[in-house]
Ligand binder design. Structure first.
Ligand code: ATP
Length: 343
């Protein structure tokens, strides 16, 4: 059967992938697609199957069932080196006794010597390390080593890059800087990418599309803003975080909570439900629900106040120049009535 346009356009298609270790399922009927030049992030709690998914794509793990297609080719019988994937691991995995240039040329066996040299120079330029070609990995900083690992992965121009927690060895400040650089390099390389991280904030920042995994399945897929604004259930909302889950009961088509009521989105009358309230959804007003400020988190441009209302703790975002002492009685309400509600 000829491929449809959407099928033929995908760089990666996983269909019904299952994998168990010693009888315990790690992946359950997992489907995943990545389009040309798309960066897909896989996020989910520890043990949900993110790394196993990458290893199945790379051919380092044989699935028990399902199919793996990369750039339109069925990869079931292809070894890792023939799948057109580049892998960037958590620990860089550079060869310590080889120079930067030798590390980068590792996957370029098929090229003539002069072409190999040219490509190594090209990618070292792309990752911003043209002067470092003769150094050994131990003579580089962590961030530089990560860029060499990336250069090695993109040198053979793979259809798909696989990045597994690429910054877990870097401190938070360097991580932010290198993330920005790596993202630009991946985009410039023209490869599509699957980026695994347990840091959901990072997953939302780097990706064109996000897949949230839970217990070996893809439980929600969407753009970062779809996942942020419309988590499909309370579990995804709780995992993404940065919000409070406020309980209430549906009455006259509205979910009534201690902070006012919101549209109940078709949840039956009398049912208990939960609304996701982010700090920016809570405003301080003259007439509203009374609460007490119990804590303040200062985060540079903002203050996040923790407010106790009716035995419930809620967070409210204010500009950093709004100073409210602990113990102050304030009145708050919800800014909008169109918030994510889960039955
Ligand atoms: P983390 O964020 O902690 O790295 P993850 O989402 O990447 O987790 P995986 O490493 O894919 O999770 O593991 C999924 C499940 O499969 C876990 O329960 C793990 O213990 C199990 N598992 C993975 N590899 C093996 C293995 N080689 N042998 C046995 N069990 C394994």
């Amino acid at each position: 059967m000829p491929l449809t346009e959407s099928q033929s356009q995908q760089v990666l298609r996983l269909r019904g992938i299952s994998k168990a270790f010693a009888g315990v399922p790690a992946l359950r009927e997992l489907d995943l697609e990545v389009g040309p030049r798309e960066i897909l992030s896989l996020i989910g709690p520890s043990g949900c199957g993110k790394t196993t998914t990458l290893r199945v794509i790379a051919g380092l793990e044989v699935p028990d069932g399902g199919s793996v297609e990369i750039a339109g080719r069925d990869c079931r019988l292809l070894p890792p080196e023939r799948r057109s994937v580049g892998f960037v691991f958590q620990d860089y995995a550079l060869f310590p006794h080889l120079t930067v240039a030798e590390n980068v040329s590792f996957g370029l066996d098929g090229l003539h010597r002069s072409e190999r040299k040219k490509r190594v120079a090209e990618v070292l330029d792309l990752v911003g390390l043209p002067e470092m070609s003769q150094r050994l990995p131990r003579e580089l900083s962590g961030g530089q080593q990560q860029r060499v690992a990336l250069a090695r992965a993109i040198a053979p121009k793979p259809a798909l890059l696989l990045l597994d927690e690429p910054f877990s060895n870097l401190d938070p400040q360097l991580r932010r800087q290198v993330r920005h650089e790596v993202l630009a390099i991946v985009r410039a390389s023209g490869s599509a990418a699957v980026w695994v991280t347990h840091d959901h904030d990072e997953g939302l920042i780097v990706a064109d599309r996000v897949v949230v995994m839970k217990e070996g399945r893809a439980c929600q897929a969407g753009t970062p803003s779809e996942i942020w604004r419309s988590p499909q259930d309370a579990w995804v909302a709780g995992f993404i975080g940065h919000g409070d889950l406020l309980k209430g009961t549906v009455s006259n088509g509205r979910l009534v909570t201690s902070l006012g009521d919101v549209a109940a989105n078709g949840i039956p009358e009398g049912a208990e439900a939960t609304v996701l309230v982010r700090p920016e959804d809570v405003v301080i007003v003259e007439h509203g629900s009374p609460g007490t400020v119990v804590r303040r988190h200062f985060s540079g441009s903002d203050n996040i106040y923790c407010v106790q209302i009716d035995g419930t703790l809620l967070h409210c975002r204010q500009p950093s120049d709004v100073e409210i002492p602990r113990g102050t009685e304030i009145k708050v309400k919800l800014k909008s009535d169109a918030l994510p509600v889960f039955s």
